[in-house]
Design a protein around this ligand. Structure first.
Ligand SMILES: *[C@@H]1O[C@H](CO)[C@@H](O)[C@H](O)[C@H]1NC(C)=O
Ligand SMILES: *[C@@H]1O[C@H](CO)[C@@H](O)[C@H](O)[C@H]1NC(C)=O
Length: 339
């Protein structure tokens, strides 16, 4: 009793001596609790809901497909390769259906959506997860040609728009959800190539889609993962492609970067990816699952501590600060400069 009284006296003293600080803490705590409760309301009847996911060969899409299958959802998992589809089928229940899909090919999307339409019937489609993506070619801008840009933009941006447009009638029928995988590179442009462009585009597309679909009850969420170990960040693939790009460069461009630049760049990138990439990709699929199962899905989910505590805050900083930090990560050219 005595100690409780003492505690109350102590707390009231603290409150009286720091009224602004303690009020702010109180408001923050209450807001957090309300937010937590709001977050925890879930939709029901998973077993009567269909979710269509692109890019299920590996990484986030593959894990999400198995995770939602385990929760009782009817998952339609689109894979680029036959092997990806076969391996996923073998690892999931018989409820999960796989289909081959190339998101850069409108006819392939049309076939896939017709399949989805037959599967969902009158219920409509509860969830579309636009997850398929690629990172390469990625590197300094003057190492790239226009095809290098379009290769990435066609998958990561035009593919997302095309799959979404063709699926919208089914989504409207179910008053469903669209979950688009962007990236922290949808906020910051760390390197050249189509990747950051495409992810900035996914952010803009999702924002306009959210506003246009709100009257129809279709909700749209954006996932912004930080660095995770997936095919998109696979060092040997990125390195092999950088070597290909370098080998195609004219001598004068190579000279402007310096003879050792490629090796320095690959080493720095290897080091950064090694330090930054988290192997726990379930952090990302947790966000996707929340966007599909919560009564109040969030507009944006940042996944990973690096995204939450570093990249997203950095994206709000003035450019001179973010430019400086990004410059520290990758080496500067050391070659002769043309003046
Ligand atoms: C996907 O479709 C595009 C356009 O039709 C084609 O150029 C590309 O080779 C296809 N990719 C695969 C892996 O089949
Ligand atoms: C970069 O990492 C890959 C895979 O981890 C490795 O095979 C390669 O030798 C590394 N390259 C350099 C230049 O460190």
């Amino acid at each position: 009793m005595v100690s409780t009284d003492n505690l109350m006296i102590y707390l009231s003293e603290v409150f009286l001596s720091h009224p602004v600080l303690t009020s702010a803490l109180l408001v923050l705590t209450i807001t957090r609790i309300i937010w937590y409760i709001r977050d925890s309301y879930k939709v029901c009847a998973f077993s009567q809901k269909h979710v269509f996911i692109t890019g299920c060969d590996s990484g986030f899409g593959n894990l999400l497909a198995r995770q939602l299958d385990g929760k009782g959802f009817h998952v339609i998992a689109a894979c680029l390769t036959e092997k990806g589809a076969a391996d996923l089928s073998a690892a999931a229940s018989s409820r999960l259906k796989t289909i081959q899909l190339n998101v850069t090919d409108s006819a392939s999307i049309k076939r896939a959506v017709e399949f989805v339409s037959r599967e969902v019937g009158e219920r409509g489609l509860w969830g579309l997860v636009n997850n398929a993506g690629r990172s390469t070619p990625i590197g300094p801008i003057d190492w790239l040609c226009i095809d290098d840009f379009t290769k990435v933009l066609n998958v990561n941006l035009i593919g997302v728009v095309d799959v979404t447009l063709q699926s919208l009638p089914l989504l409207k029928k179910a008053q469903g959800r669209v979950v688009n995988v962007a990236s922290i590179l949808g906020r910051l442009a760390l390197t050249g190539g189509g990747y950051s462009l495409s992810k900035h585009g996914v952010e803009a597309f999702s924002d306009s889609l959210r506003k246009d679909m709100k009257p129809f009850g279709v909700k749209v969420s954006i996932i912004e993962p930080g660095f995770f170990k997936t095919a998109v960040t696979q060092q040997d693939l990125i390195e092999a492609d950088l070597r290909r790009l370098w080998s195609l460069l004219p001598q004068d461009v190579k000279a402007s970067y310096g003879a050792t630049y490629l090796e320095d760049y690959v080493k720095a990138q290897n080091f950064s990816l090694g330090v930054l990439c988290s192997p726990d990709i379930s952090k990302v699929t947790w966000c996707m699952q929340h966007a599909l199962t919560a009564c109040f899905p969030r507009t944006r989910y940042s996944a990973g501590w690096d995204a939450k505590l570093f990249w997203i805050p950095l994206s709000y900083c003035p450019s001179f600060i973010s430019d400086f930090i990004i410059k520290v990560i990758l080496p500067p050219p050391t070659g002769e400069t043309n003046t």
